[in-house]
Design a protein around this ligand. Structure first.
Ligand SMILES: [Zn+2]
Length: 243
């Protein structure tokens, strides 16, 4: 069934009217990273690291954009109950968002598949550049600190995300990368309790069929406009487009 499509004004009104907004952020550097499976990584760790290396370097040089600052401004204004990030590039935190649940891990780390130890990703990348598979002092393989396909998401982060979904009454889901489970279950939890879902993305997403409102636009344009509209309704703050 086709869902209503609307503009930022309607989205802003829904955000302003909500008691607690859960932001589901599926936007970031380079489509949030290469799609590598855990099995693919274990079968060819050096090849997988090489697939990640360019993206990881891009993340290290990246700065937050207007969409990241819009989320930070909504949080600072007390509108947002929590932010679940599906992009492990760390840019929401860099924009000043405090309550980020990193559901898909962190690009800043490498993690040992045997003992779970985390080390700065730069150390692992130096090994990759030298043509060696990066290893932990325990002898285990180091993998990128992002959640790979077929790999479970971190339990603590999932528990926190589900807790947010149980107490918020609107999901503002933004970006092209929204379809992966278990993140895609969060809007269901909110909707089952009578809450709403606004999807902001330039194209089709897996959540469109569930949305009460779809704003079909790039997140860097739409989120700052929604932020300004919502804060205007509430008569609060600013900074929706960053410093
Ligand atoms: Zn280890």
């Amino acid at each position: 069934m086709a869902r209503p499509r609307g503009g930022v004004e309607e989205a802003a009104r829904l955000v302003a009217r909500a008691g607690c907004v859960l932001v589901l952020a599926g936007f970031g550097v380079g489509g949030c990273g290469p799609r590598v499976s855990l099995d693919g990584f274990l079968g060819d760790p050096l090849g997988a690291w090489r697939a990640f290396a360019g993206w990881l370097r891009g993340v290290r040089g990246a700065r937050p954009g207007p969409a990241h600052y819009a989320v930070a401004a909504l949080e600072a204004a007390g509108v947002v109950g929590g932010v679940v990030s599906l992009c492990p590039d760390g840019l929401l935190g860099a924009a000043g968002v405090r309550g980020v649940v990193e559901l898909h891990g962190s690009a800043g780390d490498a993690v040992c598949v045997r003992c779970g130890r985390r080390v700065p990703v730069g150390e692992a990348l130096r090994e990759v550049e030298a043509g060696r598979v990066p290893r932990c002092p325990c002898g285990g393989l180091l993998k990128p600190g992002v959640v790979l396909y077929g790999e479970p998401v971190p339990e603590d982060a999932l528990r926190e995300a589900v807790g947010l979904a149980r107490r918020c009454d609107l999901v503002l889901a933004a970006g092209p990368g929204l379809g992966d489970y278990p993140a895609a279950q969060l809007p269901l939890i909110v909707k089952e309790r009578g809450g709403g879902l606004v999807v902001v993305a330039p194209g089709v997403t897996a959540l469109d069929g569930l949305a009460d409102l779809k704003v079909e636009a790039p997140v860097d344009e739409a989120l700052p406009a929604i932020c300004e509209g919502a804060l205007g309704v509430l008569g609060r703050g600013g900074g929706c487009r960053g410093p």
